[in-house]
Design a protein around this ligand. Structure first.
Ligand SMILES: NC(=O)c1ccc[n+]([C@@H]2O[C@H](COP(=O)([O-])OP(=O)(O)OC[C@H]3O[C@@H](n4cnc5c(N)ncnc54)[C@H](O)[C@@H]3O)[C@@H](O)[C@H]2O)c1
Length: 361
């Protein structure tokens, strides 16, 4: 078991990474004294697979619990579902000291954190991420949200968990598409901040895709360390530091939201968004073409798309105005200025964004 600390003064917390550790979550929680009553938000499939391992550990630690399942995938990040969870939580809460456990991927994590942030003006919650994407990214850093019809993550709060508990062995039941989706964020960390991680991915991607535990552990730990460091220096994205994590997300989120049925999942959208951002970087002479080609090769090798085929450019452009980095008519793009180096550029002309999207067709 490996423990990292995310330093945020009195709101600091541990990120625990290990293999076959879910059964020991109860013990870890007992030490944190968050309360005696766990309200576990998850979905049916995850509960079926991992619910009993978690509940056995909680019982041993003397923690009462209730499982609450939500629909699978992005449709659960819905304001109506959040409201129904809050009501259910209020009924559960009679004479109790509840805290929330988010057992699932980024969807369950974002939704649970949002509910925890608003119920009684905030109760403790713990992230138990079960997808690669959530272990390397979404469970860390306290960004919680639900989606609105107008755009993704538009209703949300910064609200830090009290613990992130990543059991690598849970990833063995992920399908290929979900592993690839997580790899988009892993590649992002390499591109924006860690040349060695990027090179590791170039040479070891086959072992990672085979879900070999030691390789997965290396990337989860590396990414968690980067995310924890960035968040601890700029929790609320006020200093321009945390913004770098949005590399690929301006156009990525627009692609994800452009089709209401989420034709491209999160990681696929971010992969395409990163390639668009690289096209813009290249056109602005910030990078050489060889870097774009290396990124494209790695993205395709992990099973992610490199061409935008399922969403029109006009729909993507329409959606990209909802990006939270837009203020008035000013857009803000995270671009690359070399491997492991970012540059934030304001006012990227619409014609250039259009060109970069079209280059990916
Ligand atoms: N808060 C943040 O900082 C942040 C960062 C990145 C992404 N996100 C959000 O994360 C979400 C995407 O997360 P995701 O990719 O984890 O998707 P997800 O939560 O929808 O999970 C993907 C699928 O994998 C299944 N699954 C989960 N764990 C499994 C397991 N161990 N074995 C088998 N199947 C399993 C789920 O049931 C689901 O069908 C998006 O909503 C995105 O906006 C948030």
């Amino acid at each position: 078991m490996h423990t990292l600390k995310l330093n945020l003064k009195e709101r600091s917390y541990n990120i625990v990474v290990g293999s076959h550790i879910l059964a020991f979550l109860g013990e870890e929680l007992a030490g944190l004294q968050l309360g005696k009553d766990a309200y576990i938000i998850t979905n049916y499939f995850i509960k079926e697979r991992y619910g009993s391992t978690l509940s056995d550990g909680l019982k041993k630690a003397g923690i009462n619990f209730k499982f609450k399942t939500v629909p699978d995938s992005e449709k659960a990040k819905d304001i109506k579902i959040a409201a129904s969870l809050i009501k259910d939580l209020a009924r559960f809460d009679l004479r109790k000291q509840p805290f929330i456990i988010a057992l699932g991927g980024g969807v369950v994590g974002d939704l649970s954190g949002f509910v925890a942030s608003i119920y009684k003006r905030g109760i403790p919650y713990v992230q138990v991420p079960t997808t690669l994407l959530s272990q390397v990214d979404s469970s860390i850093g306290g960004k919680t949200a639900v989606d609105l019809n107008e755009g993704k993550n538009l209703a949300g709060a910064f609200y830090q968990p009290r613990l992130v508990f990543s059991d690598i062995s849970l990833l063995k039941t992920l399908d290929k598409k979900q592993v690839a989706s997580g790899m988009a964020e892993v590649i992002k960390y390499g591109l924006i901040k860690d040349r060695r991680l990027f090179e590791y991915l170039e040479s070891k991607h086959a072992n990672i895709l085979k879900l070999k535990q030691e390789y997965l552990k290396h990337i989860v730990k590396s990414c968690a360390r980067i995310k924890a460091s960035v968040v601890s220096h700029d929790e609320r994205e006020k200093k321009g530091l945390r913004t770098i994590l949005n590399f690929g997300h301006t156009i990525g989120h627009a692609i994800e939201a452009a089709s209401r049925t989420y034709t491209y999942n999160h990681g696929e959208s971010i992969a395409l968004g990163m390639l668009v951002a690289l096209e813009i970087s290249l056109k602005l002479d910030l990078i050489q073409e060889s870097l774009l080609k290396r990124a494209e090769l790695l993205i395709s090798r992990v099973g992610l798309p490199v061409k935008i085929t399922k969403v029109s450019t006009s729909k993507i452009l329409k959606r990209h105005y909802y990006d939270k980095k837009f203020t008035g008519n000013t857009n803000k793009f995270v671009l690359l200025a070399g491997l492991g180096k970012v540059k934030i550029v304001k006012n990227v002309p619409l014609a250039l964004i259009h060109y970069a999207i079209e280059k990916r067709r």
